[in-house]
Design a protein around this ligand. Structure first.
Ligand code: ASN
Ligand code: ZN
Ligand code: CA
Length: 328
């Protein structure tokens, strides 16, 4: 079907020079990934509907001008696909081997990116002054992971389930960023640290201490379901950081973290790989559309019990990490 599968490379905005799986059609190369369900990357050319035009090139070396953001998006979709495949055996967003597609250069100076289940596609704006496309690895993986949530737990995008939906995308966005092992866009527990969304070099979100953004919450409280889902995600992001790395101070890949806890609890981390597996198992076997924080606690405990046993250190760490964000 995808005859003419090729391996090219591209110069990206945020990830240096990256490998790209492409397709050759006649004398032209296309951003069509024949190894991952035929994922295509399109240039919307500042439009806001349809698919615009498929990226094509006369050689298999990509980047420069309008192509550069397309390189990030195509690469981000590939590493996210590989992460789900190689970590969980998941074959695409819906586990059916079929690819979504990506659209870059949406609108004019549009400072957002989004997943849409109706087009089954990821869309990226070009950022302030059309200078900072929202195509970094963690953002691409965040958006693609909204597709996975929509295909599995279907967490409703409001109230506490909405916060858990957002946190799921931040958790896997971060896991993919580490998985990519990219020398230029290195793994961290920050969200959107590359896209300079505020124009001051600060990240969009912080998983070790979500309140560092000025609005997100570090711990659960009874009004959490009333705030925007990008802030009610904070406690679950914090849970994931604590479960992975533990409480207190730590430096990873040159970034300093200092993760506080509620209820006087100290948490010993079990490592990101195990924390990621527990979250994925909970998402795909325990969580439902109306899962709230209390049910996320019991769901992840059930996942940890089935993966590691209900007397395991992993199970106890999950319990401690929830208590540490005030979900008891
Ligand atoms: N980039 C945002 C997100 O994925 C778009 C939105 O608010 N839904 O959460
Ligand atoms: Zn999101
Ligand atoms: Ca990041």
């Amino acid at each position: 079907q995808y005859e003419g599968i090729e391996t090219g490379s591209g110069t990206s905005t945020y990830s240096g020079t990256v490998p790209l799986d492409t397709t050759k059609s006649g004398s032209q190369y296309q951003l069509v990934d024949g190894k991952r369900g035929g994922h295509k990357t399109y240039d919307l050319n500042q439009g806001s509907s349809g698919t615009g035009s498929l990226f094509t090139n006369s050689t298999d070396t990509w980047g420069g001008g309008r192509q550069t953001a397309g390189v990030d998006a195509h690469y981000g979709a590939a590493v996210t696909w590989d992460f789900y495949k190689n970590t969980f055996g998941r074959n695409g967003i819906r586990n059916d081997g079929k690819a979504a597609y990506s659209r870059v250069h949406y609108g004019n100076a549009y400072v957002n990116a989004f997943w849409s289940d109706s087009c089954f596609c990821m869309t990226y704006g070009d950022g302030q002054g059309n200078k900072k496309p929202l195509t970094a690895i963690d953002v691409a993986a965040h958006e693609m992971s909204h597709g996975v949530t929509a295909a599995t737990a279907k967490l409703v995008y409001s109230g506490e389930s909405g916060g858990l939906n957002e946190a799921t995308s931040d958790i896997f966005g971060t896991a993919v960023e580490f998985y990519a092992n990219n020398k230029t866009d290195v793994g961290d527990y920050l969200i959107g640290e590359k896209i300079d969304i505020f124009g001051n070099g600060k990240p969009l979100r912080y998983m070790d201490k979500p309140s560092k953004d000025g609005t997100s919450k570090d711990s659960w409280y009874s009004g959490l379901g009333g705030i925007d889902v990008h802030y009610s995600s904070g406690p679950a992001n914090h849970f994931f950081y604590l479960l992975s790395e533990g409480s207190g101070k730590k430096t990873i890949n040159g970034v300093n973290y200092d993760s506080p806890t509620a209820n006087g609890v100290k948490v010993t981390g079990i490592g990101r790989d195990k924390a990621t597996k527990i979250w994925y198992k909970a998402l795909t076997t325990q969580f439902t559309s109306n899962t709230n924080y209390a049910k996320a606690r019991t769901g992840t405990l059930a996942a940890a019990a089935s993966l590691y046993g209900n007397n395991s250190a992993e199970y106890k760490a999950v319990a401690a990490a929830w208590t540490a964000i005030n979900v008891k």
